[in-house]
Design a protein around this ligand. Sequence first.
Ligand code: 13P
Length: 253
Amino acid sequence: MTRKQIIAGNWKLNKTASETRRFILTLKNRIAGMDALPELLICPPSVALETAVDAARKSGIAIGAQNVYWESSGAFTGEISTEMLESLGVSHALIGHSERRALFGESDADVNRKLLKVLSGTLIPVVCVGEALADREAGRTEEIVVRQVKNAFLGVAHEHARRIVLAYEPVWAIGTGLTATPDQANAVQGLIRRSVGAIFGGAVADELRILYGGSAGPNNAADLMAESDVDGVLVGGASLDADSFAEIIRAAA
Ligand code: 13P
């Protein structure tokens, strides 16, 4: 099974709308002429989404939100619905990023609600899972990651499962410069694939794209993506510079 790789950038709390436009126009130049491009995804802050969609038109670069809410409308100050994102031309949404879980108290149940809501519309969810350093040191990586996957997928219909993208982001590797080794990433990602297979069957698991995130960059992306269960990277810091992001894309192209 050959799975099309995805190179995704999660900008977190970085870049204004005008910086977003400039970045995307530069990136379009950098990737023009590259052969066999992977799927490309950029997740800017929500206030730059509309600009990003406009700047990325006809480039093949997909635009994703960094978060969503599980209600469509109502008294939920500060939240953004999937319908609002869809109406802007946004195509993807990150769900359950470890910063949402750790800093904003998102639980597995919240992640599940968000996933079910996204799947009821047209967005492509990128569900993030990963263990903290203490979990890894205690030998609990498998248990934690499998539990996060199972809890996220509760109640997901078989026909929707194919739309899901997963991202394995070990918390200890995010923003630390400490990357999981290709072996470490592949071991957990293989486990994730098997646990999805146990729920939805081998065909769905075989098609599932699982990205690696955590200090991924131009220096290690090719080695990570050479692993059998690493189908792309979800890049934080190194996605903020168009040249370094283009280099990562070149590693996959
Ligand atoms: P860094 O690439 O900065 O470690 O961030 C990874 C990440 O959290 C992507 O979602």
